[in-house]
Design a protein around this ligand. Sequence first.
Ligand code: NAD
Length: 486
Amino acid sequence: MFDERFGAVAFPLTPGHILPTRGTARFVPEDRKRTMNHPADLDLFRAALSRLDEAAKHVQVDPETVARLRHPKSIAQATLAVRMDDGSLALLPSYRVRYDDTRGPSKGGIRFHPAVDLAEVQALAFWMTFKCAVVGIPFGGGKGGVVVDPKQLSGTELERLSRAYARAMASVIGPTRDIPAPDVYTNAMVMGWMMDEYSQGHQSREPGVITGKPIALGGSLGRDDATGRGAYYCIKQLEAQLGWQPTKIRVAVQGFGNAGQHVARLLHADGYRVVAISDSKGGVFRATGLDVPALLERKQRSRSLRTGYAGASVCDCPDCGAETCWCGDARPDQVITNTELLESDVDLLIPAALERQITHHNAERIQASTIVEVANGPTTPEADTILNRRGVRVLPDILANAGGVTVSYFEWAQNRGGVRWAESEVHERLQDIMTTAFERVAQFSSERSVPLRTAAYACALEQLDEAMSACGTERDFADAPKADQR
Ligand code: NAD
């Protein structure tokens, strides 16, 4: 199972357990070497659970359902021993959480990021569970991650890391067990390597073990822009509901990766005025509207060939070192920070980067009247309270960014059925699922006078409760006679 050359070994990690090797030092930040779980990260999972408690107040569900959903089904931890090009060894903590699989195999992305930790992965797996339920696709929730700064890796190091992860988690994942996909700083090529490694270990080609693969390896047409497109379909529903005129709607997008790029592109093509875009190094603002296709082209062009990262997920400009080099185009007054982007004078704000971007520190200063959460968990519960009081409409992540997992489901279904769907068919099916889910959530929200987030969680909770109750709960068994009383 384990390849001696790359040396992936699976053994339990304890907090603070990162071995001090030369290779590791390059890729794991100082603060992560001291402790695996930061108090703020634990808060992330607690915050995720608070959404469950709030939703449970608005629907009649079995208490067992709520109790079960407070705990992940299983957690796998492994230290990946990855040989670096300079001969040193990096020992990298990695995780795979399967949160729930009552409604189907668990499903969720794999993140390569220095800030990954177990509580974050748990929160992400929890959100996946509710996301699949709210759009009604037959999957449970899972998530994985590796504590690493992938931008420091060469292409060969990245491939060894990806394959090491697939080997270490080979007994946890599987086409009918747990199906990973891309997330922050992982992409189609990484998924292809992982699928190949898993298939070699099982001595059979298993494209259905992972989604978001390159098309040539069994990926689905329409998966690359699915997350942004799903959010776009939701925005079209809001547009119809609120009578928006696209040319009059000013949009700010935080994060210009897979999710952010496509929603910005589709809105721009529709006539929306995308006035601000940022990535991890900062952003640009133009009151008259940015030329989104030109920015996309620049981002594609400046991507680093050195890292072996295909697609436009990770870019290192060869000139200035910024992820996206705006230097040529942007005058200083057009360059803005991420803080400025979030608080800019726009109608629609789209956080599409990382979690915890809108907090109690900046919620009062958000000027947008509508927020569409394309990132997972960008708004903290404290910020939610403030935004609700101020009447800011928030379309929650579990609905707004569900397009990605929906087309992942299509990819998996095509792989399992040995068929290929046309891109137009994928778009049609996606629009149908997103629109239906949006309408259900919007109706619940208006009928019960609750925020869209609470409505989305409540609708998902009903789906989960139906599945869990079908397995039998205390209500079914309480009156059953004990074996010795029969
Ligand atoms: P990605 O790696 O393709 O892009 C991430 C982007 O965020 C990059 O442009 C990066 O520069 C930017 N970024 C990173 N840190 C930032 C910061 N502090 N401030 C501003 N920008 C920052 O990742 P992605 O796949 O686009 O994922 C983005 C978000 O969307 C994540 O929360 C992810 O969980 C969520 N999401 C993604 C998908 C998907 O299919 N890709 C599906 C559902 C949810």
